[in-house]
Design a binder for this molecule. Structure first.
Ligand SMILES: Nc1ncnc2c1ncn2[C@@H]1O[C@H](COP(=O)(O)OP(=O)(O)OP(=O)(O)O)[C@@H](O)[C@H]1O
Ligand SMILES: [Mg+2]
Length: 249
């Protein structure tokens, strides 16, 4: 479903070059929930942006549902829903409902379809009380919920979330968790980055661990637990990084 092949990404920052991804290869199967783990600056957002066709690889290629992210970005865009941390992409002067209607229209959804979908999402996220209030006055968590709803308004088959629960309270994080379970039941393919190990171990079938632009591990969680003789993802992650750094030095 998602194939990343020998991908590298280098950014030119004035006169210095920053290598955000180094020969990263992996694949994600249809209907699978994958957690993307890594320290700050590991390359998670860069990788997600690349899968979302928003960045071009410096080397290698990425395909989503058989389409190349560079040559066929339009075909991919219709099938994916994306949410990037910090950038909710919402209009402050519009209400939550108007924001959702606006994005639904961009995806060519009919008025009726849009209404039904907004009702469904508002119920799911407990947003009914403030659906008709302007987003400008929303708290961070309220905004994030609208942003998540916006990302999946068109019922996409593939969903990419960059740190979706950052800034959410426990109730809202749980709403997100329920949403992932539901999307999984619907057979959606989901990739999300997170710094919360508990969330990843609860929701994901597989994990991709990044470290300094390289992929340290990719595979199913159960296999990893067996391999490491532990079910403590935090511990496994830290020890993988330590081993990696020792090997590199
Ligand atoms: N547009 C850009 N220009 C220059 N450097 C960039 C750009 N985007 C990312 N980088 C660099 O690429 C590296 C990886 O960044 P990235 O945002 O992918 O990390 P991340 O894993 O998402 O980190 P975090 O957990 O902090 O969100 C960092 O060194 C970052 O500074
Ligand atoms: Mg990031």
């Amino acid at each position: 479903m998602i194939n990343v092949q020998a991908v590298s990404k280098t950014f030119k920052d004035k006169k210095t070059f920053v290598t955000a991804l180094k020969h990263v290869s992996f694949s994600m199967k249809e209907g699978e929930v994958t957690g993307l783990l890594g320290e700050n600056g590991a390359g998670k957002t860069t990788l997600l942006r690349m899968i979302a066709t928003l960045l071009t690889p410096s080397e290698g290629n990425v395909t989503v549902a058989g389409f190349d992210t560079v040559k066929n970005s339009a075909a991919i865009k219709k099938q994916i829903g994306v949410l990037f941390g910090g950038e909710t992409g919402l209009y402050d002067r519009l209400t939550a409902r108007e924001n959702l209607e606006y994005f639904a229209r961009l995806y060519g959804m009919s008025k009726h379809e849009t209404k039904v979908r907004i009702d469904e999402l508002a119920k799911m996220f407990g947003m009914r009380d403030y659906l008709d209030r302007k987003v400008g006055g929303f708290s961070k968590g309220m905004r994030q919920k609208v942003a998540i709803a916006r990302a999946i308004i068109h019922n996409p088959q593939i969903i990419l979330f960059d740190e979706p629960t950052t800034g959410l309270d426990i109730t809202s994080s749980n709403v997100f968790r329920q949403l992932v379970h539901q999307l999984k039941r619907e057979g959606k393919t989901i990739v999300f980055s997170s710094h919360i190990m508990e969330e990843v171990s609860m929701l994901c079938d597989s994990v991709a661990m990044m470290h300094k632009g390289e992929l340290v591990y990719q595979g199913d969680l159960e296999g990893l637990y067996k391999e490491e003789g532990s079910r403590d993802l935090n511990y496994i992650f830290m020890s993988k990084l330590v081993r990696r750094d020792e090997y590199a030095s």
